[in-house]
Ligand binder design. Structure first.
Ligand SMILES: [Zn+2]
Length: 311
């Protein structure tokens, strides 16, 4: 009995301590919950801040569309701001197709037009696009060509009262807030027309694209030596997958997750080559091709990429 009596105050002390501990635990739990909530809202806020302000929903995305122009190349870029850029426009026989594409995507004005280099499979369709569309500015690399295709492009540019800007490494283009557009090539002048290709890097949030025209190994080497940041999630494979482009060192520097190859079915050049397909596969890069999948659209919300193909 005495013992029990004597243990009474001890037990009540212990009970008091247990209650205090429970209260402290509850307080800690509450504090942790509050901290967690504020951390969540901070993350959400940070995510919101990576996207530029926009009037309507669904306007936040950067859209990079690799138009199916058969054997040739053309990329339509629709920035989150609504500004647009067209890089190349397929061959001469794709003029009407290009106008149809622009109509289908609701494009009445191209803020920036880039002709990567004077080869017909890139600039062939540009003259009619320039004739029929409101154009902001146009960029071509320093190159002379006496082909009829190049002359008719220059005639269209002159007819619109536009002045040609020189496409070269270091040029930046304005496609509105939140997006960076920079040329990383040509680094210098080349004898070879393909190496004169304008190479454009687009950045939006954490995502990036590298659009390479027909730049071949010598240009790739100079881009690497220039120290420019070539890393990109999406690579437009140089020169339609010819083995004269996409050298291993260049591919490793770009380190893309996705590669796009703009080629026509059964083309006479044998593009894309097995060498390049194997190289891409070995690096674990997922490949998309116009000849197999039609037009390929890669959308970015600044964080994630969403790829849709025509077929
Ligand atoms: Zn080409």
């Amino acid at each position: 009995m005495n013992l029990r009596k004597n243990r009474g105050p001890f037990y009540s002390l212990l009970r008091g301590w247990r209650q205090a501990r429970q209260a402290a635990f509850l307080l800690l739990l509450l504090a942790a919950m509050l901290l967690g909530l504020s951390a969540c809202s901070a993350i959400q806020q940070a995510a919101d801040e990576t996207l530029p302000a926009s009037e309507g929903g669904g306007q936040h995305n950067l859209r990079v569309i690799f138009l199916d122009v058969g054997q040739g190349a053309s990329q339509l870029v629709i920035a989150p701001s609504g500004k647009t850029m067209l890089i190349d426009a397929g061959n001469n026989d794709k003029e009407q197709l290009m106008l149809d594409y622009l109509h289908a995507y609701g494009i009445t004005k191209l803020d920036v037009v880039v002709g990567t280099h004077p080869d017909a499979d890139h600039i062939g369709g540009l003259d009619k696009v320039i004739d029929q569309t409101d154009i902001g500015s146009i960029y071509l690399p320093k190159a002379s060509s006496n082909t009829k295709t190049f002359e008719s492009l220059l005639t269209s540019i002159k007819g619109k009262g536009l002045k040609v800007n020189t496409a070269k490494a270091g040029v930046t283009l304005d496609l509105g807030a939140g997006i960076t557009v920079k040329m990383v090539a040509p680094v210098k002048n080349y004898e070879d027309s393909n190496d004169r290709s304008a190479v454009v890097k687009i950045g939006y949030g954490d995502t990036s694209f590298l659009l390479t025209g027909d730049a071949e190994s010598p240009s790739e080497k100079d881009m690497l030596a220039s120290g420019a940041d070539l890393s990109a999630d999406v690579l437009l494979v140089g020169h339609h997958g010819s083995k004269s482009s996409t050298s291993l060192s260049f591919l490793k520097a770009v380190h893309p997750r996705y590669a796009i190859i703009q080629v026509g079915k059964d083309n006479k050049y044998g593009h894309p080559t097995q060498t390049i397909l194997n190289r891409l596969k070995k690096q674990g890069i997922q490949v998309y091709r116009n000849d197999l999948q039609g037009t390929i659209e890669v959308d970015s919300d600044g964080t994630k990429l969403n790829i849709q193909t025509e077929r």
